[in-house]
Write a protein that binds this ligand. Sequence first.
Ligand code: ADP
Ligand code: ZN
Length: 731
Amino acid sequence: MGRQDFFDEGDLVAVLTTQPLDRLLDYKAPDGGCHLGAFVEVPLGPRKVPGVVWAPGRGDFDRSKIRSVIRVLDVAPMRAEMQMFLERAADYTLTPLPAMLRLATRAPGLGDPPSMRKIYRPGDVTPDRMTDARRRVLAALQEYGGLSFTLKELSEAAGVTPSVVKGLVKQGAVREEDSPRDTPFPLLDEDRTSKTLTEDQSTAAEHLCHGIRSGAYGTTLLRGITGSGKTEVYLEAVAECFRQRRQALVLLPEIALSAEFMARVEERFGAKSAEWHSGVTMTERRRTWKMVGQGGAQLVVGARSALFLPFLDLGLIVVDEEHDTSYKQEDGALYNARDMAVLRASICGAQVVLASATPSLESWANAQAGKYAKLELTSRFGESVLPEMRAIDMRGADLPSNRWISPRLVGAVRERIERGEQSLLFLNRRGYAPVTICRACGHQIGCDHCDARMVEHRFLKRLVCHQCGETKPMPDVCPACGGEDRLAPVGPGVERLQEEASELFPDARVATLSSDLFGSARALKERIREIAEGGADIVIGTQLVAKGHNFPLLTLVGVIDADLGLQGSDLRAAERTFQLMRQVSGRAGRADRPGEALLQTYQPEHPVIRAILAGDEEAFWRAEAEERRHAGVPPYGRMAGIILSSPDMQEAFDAGAELARNDAHLRRIGAQVFGPAPAPVARIRGRHRVRLLVKAAKGAALQQAVAAWIAQLKQGPNLRLTVDIDPQSFY
Ligand code: ADP
Ligand code: ZN
């Protein structure tokens, strides 16, 4: 028997709400009945809450006490495939289902009736008095063959103020009408002429298109250095997806990249697509959410949460810069968008393209094992090649303690300035100085709520905790000893580096790109565009600049501290450093000017630094894979992190010890538990944090065992437990 998909009025339905409850709730279907998957509003105690009709009611409840669904919202019911995706994602990440549903309903005003806006069309009256401005408005309307405009669009197209249009409306020469706001996105034309692909590009594109035409699931790792044309290639797969009348999703790791990307979408397909990220207005988000479900959006360009949009028929998911750590959600539901993309695609018969110059070891291993197909683009498009990479041995640089740019790097920057080219000085540290120390007593200013030192931000004129965001003004006296004027910054952040660069190159235009220096994503995008067009001689940047922006005039990358990422105890420290250095170096020399990358390091013989300099990626991956295999850690083993936190340190430790003692569920699958130990950041926002780490063999049924194991713990009201399957970072 097929599943029941419509319920008549009064039938019992089980509703999943977004409330933190551990079960479905039974209700009666409302007047007019409802579909399985319907988005509804239901009474819960005194409140009305949103939910989804998840299954037939179970009926194990006194029928007379069961209340009715209040109303069915005016949006398409959730498809079976989406329900399955949410359930499997919840099981995989050990996230409660209501939290997954919240991800899938993140659009404001879903239940509202479609809102209206004013649109303008040609009217049938000739205005009594014709002015030049009025003539331009009518001409603009004429030119677009009677298409409707918004007030802003029309006045901009005609180069007049909105009041001119309003004047014409009064006369009847222009018609003003109400039209629903949630309108379909413009059609994208897959057959506009595209660039002529090089041989290896077109081989790769053909492979991807073949996968799309199969209509089945498959994942491909698309590897190629920055500038090799990965984007060009996967846009062909997007085009093929449109030809098959299916939808496509492109995930980007950083919203600052989306403007540049949208321009390419427009160039390739003749119009802009839908966008989904925190920089998009609420109205547009709602429009995207609805249109995706009705087939009024062929392509969405978005952040990781776009995976939870209700696509009608998703045929392709591209995860660009797939190695990027921002794909791992570190707040609320802990999921890795790359893995969830693969899950979603396997459910709906879609293709996944993982694009990167420096893939994650996970994806590399999956490709080696034959689980993913692998495509390589070997050469950069055009003349340019990867920059020359050299180390600057800082042990011989002999710099004063408050200087970070070595003489050799200074010389290289000067050459670029003379040639009218750009240099990038890369330092992955926001703010002015990471540490503020009292020269009298040695005290370091820390956060009151976290085990973290506060970072001076001169631009904001404050100290900021990068763990919890707490800020305070820079004190005049040392909080520990009361010494006056003895507080001194230690170490560099990008703001301090800017100061040094401005002193060294007083005539150069120095621009700093750090996410915290811009009020909005828009302002940041605008600045990036200006810089790319030559609006700066020296760019100082955090990892923000490592992510795929095009700077055609850039020919030198100076990495201020190549050792920075190697210090952590993180199992991925080497991988991260390798990727970041390669990405940053890849910024240089794109547009047929040769580039150079100089890495300042105190340990030039470190294997990671040597692998970066040698440019031998395969050797690096093989060595790293061998080490991880040996240690039985991901991707050759499985891990789960458990963080217990409480305002009371003892409570957190006791709970951790109790879990560690009662590990029968874990032992049954051969898993081991380590800890409890203070988490690397032992206190955040006043909560003490204790960590346990579970390690299991690759094939082990880790989630079920962990779920059963943590279910034993009796949790007090102050104790919080977070599970992180496949943890990416340990903090
Ligand atoms: P990646 O995504 O690998 O960094 P892109 O696809 O962004 O590479 O390509 C780098 C630059 O080279 C872009 O400006 C792109 O338009 C251009 N390009 C790549 N391939 C071609 C091609 N076959 N014909 C013309 N321009 C190309
Ligand atoms: Zn803090």
